[in-house]
Design a protein around this ligand. Structure first.
Ligand code: MG
Length: 160
């Protein structure tokens, strides 16, 4: 078994979508980035790659590469899962925390879990997404950005 941790931050700006865990959340600000800037999916991918010691998403999907301009991060997550499977790993569970002052994320969490579960091929009961504010403190508290942490456990696939 291996454990992995991922962390990511994106800046909140007007005129962009707010996509978290593949859910398009209505809000007057959205996340800035080369891809769809799904900070939750990015933290999760880095945790998966980290657990398998396969680098990070910047290496696999460079933000200078026009191929990933506006990319759907769930498609990239699917590619990371394929890579782990090729290397002989399966995912046992994932636990994630989103740090955001606004908007209220609770109503959207079931759909985020469903999306991540579907793309990862892992039961939704093994995919945890939580959200917290940072009490008005720091860059998340002042709504300059949103951060996410992810922790995953992976296991070597049984050899047939
Ligand atoms: Mg990112």
């Amino acid at each position: 078994m291996r454990i992995g941790h991922g962390y990511d931050v994106h800046r909140l700006v007007p005129g962009r979508k707010l996509i978290l865990g593949g859910v398009d959340i209505p809000h007057h600000l959205g996340l800035l980035g080369h891809s769809d800037a799904d900070v939750l999916a990015h933290a999760l991918m880095d945790a998966l790659l980290g657990a398998a010691a396969l680098g990070d998403i910047g290496q696999h999907f460079p933000d200078k590469d026009p191929a990933y301009s506006g990319a759907d991060s769930l498609v990239l997550l699917g590619k990371v899962m394929d890579l782990l499977a090729q290397k002989g790993w399966r995912v046992e569970n994932a636990d994630m925390t989103i740090l955001a002052q606004k908007p209220k994320l609770m109503p959207h969490i079931p759909q985020m879990r469903q999306n991540l579960s579907r793309v990862m091929g892992v039961p939704v009961t093994a995919i945890s997404v939580k959200a917290t504010t940072e009490e008005g403190l720091g860059f998340t508290g002042t709504e300059q950005g949103i951060a996410a942490h992810a922790v995953v456990l992976i296991e070597a696939l049984e050899k047939a």
